[in-house]
Design a protein around this ligand. Structure first.
Ligand SMILES: Nc1nc2c(ncn2[C@@H]2O[C@H](COP(=O)(O)OP(=O)(O)OP(=O)(O)O)[C@@H](O)[C@H]2O)c(=O)[nH]1
Ligand SMILES: [Mg+2]
Length: 312
């Protein structure tokens, strides 16, 4: 477990090329790093255009710097964000300079871990941040944002309080038996527990739909050889990942592509289909189809219009 007193830093924007790239710093050395890197004192929550300079006064880049004073920051510590140009080289040089000024590289999720340790967010919200970053449909993003806003956490806290109240009442009834002349009515506790069970069931249903949003539903494509299965996956994904040919039995392996259908991201899975065959490789392909069907949320059966057989 890293020491919470360390100052951590990381490139916050995804790898690759972009107009803007951000390096984030959090911890008690942030203010000193700010001064050394920009040559000026931090102004809280004010976007400032600065030159980011190395210790030998060479300009690394020019950009915007932001400073958040503890505890009013994402992590609850002093935080600085350097908005530079989105080149991996520039961002790498900035990161190197910040490390040479006393910070260390953050581990994955460490900024959010600190936000949790400093009571800025609870575990449900920490998970919601990961869900929001990973969301691949508008609905999943909205759902994660609701959790981040504390909607799910509040339901859990309410449940917890009602269970504690019921427990306290039952314990009191046990501690003061009737012979002592104090008669405690536990009916409210029974009512509380019944209502908690209903709330729990409602939460479980919500959580299940959240889980489905998290994992893209698997749409498995089956149908006779040459029905056009691979053509469908290629057309819907816009990527020629599956070989299309008029030779029946072309596809043997499982081919997966993520596609957006309306607001929903789904994983399309092209298969060899199910057919009688003696060919060893095709048998393996049909076996893979069976495995894919076991995890299917939706089975898409493709049939050539001219094929009037009802088999498969
Ligand atoms: N006319 C017509 N031909 C199509 C259509 N869809 C696919 N084809 C053709 O049908 C042949 C088979 O298409 P594939 O997409 O490879 O079919 P498949 O179901 O993946 O076939 P296997 O992988 O061999 O099981 C190819 O020659 C395609 O060009 C369509 O909608 N209309
Ligand atoms: Mg195919």
């Amino acid at each position: 477990m890293p020491k919470n007193s360390d100052t951590i830093t990381a490139i916050a924007t995804p790898p690759g090329r972009g107009g803007i790239g951000i390096v984030r710093v959090s911890g008690n050395k942030t203010k000193d790093i700010f001064k050394a890197l920009t040559g000026s004192s931090p102004k809280v929550r004010l976007a400032e255009f600065v030159s980011f300079k190395s210790s030998d006064q060479k300009i690394i880049d020019k950009g915007i710097v932001l400073y958040f004073k503890a505890p009013a920051s994402y992590t609850g510590e002093d935080v600085m964000e350097c908005h530079a140009h989105g080149s991996r080289i520039v961002l790498g040089m900035l990161l190197e300079e910040i490390i040479s000024l006393g910070a260390r590289s953050a581990m994955p999720g460490e900024f959010t871990e600190r936000a949790f340790l400093n009571n800025k967010i609870d575990l449900v919200q920490a998970e919601a941040i990961a869900d929001l970053i990973d969301s691949n449909s508008k609905k999943a993003a909205r759902s994660a944002l609701q959790s981040l806003d504390g909607v799910f956490s509040n339901s859990i806290y309410q449940l917890r309080n009602r269970v504690f109240n019921a427990k306290a009442l039952i314990e009191a009834a046990l501690d003061f038996p009737e012979e002592e002349g104090i008669d405690i009515d536990v009916t409210p506790a029974a009512k509380d527990i019944r209502e908690c069970l209903q709330l729990l069931n409602a939460l479980l249903i919500k959580a299940e739909s959240g889980r489905v949003l998290d994992q893209n539903p698997a749409v498995v494509i089956v149908g006779r050889p040459n029905a056009g299965k691979s053509s469908i996956i290629n057309n819907l994904s816009g990527i020629d990942s599956a070989i299309v040919s008029k030779i029946p039995g072309t596809t043997r392996d499982i081919i997966k592509e993520k596609v957006l259908i309306g607001d929903y991201a789904v994983t399309l899975i092209d298969t060899a289909g199910i057919r009688e065959t003696r060919d060893e490789i095709e048998i393996a392909g049909v076996e893979k189809t069976h495995n894919a069907l076991r995890v299917a949320d939706v089975i898409l059966h493709i049939q050539d219009q001219s094929d009037d057989s009802t088999n498969q």
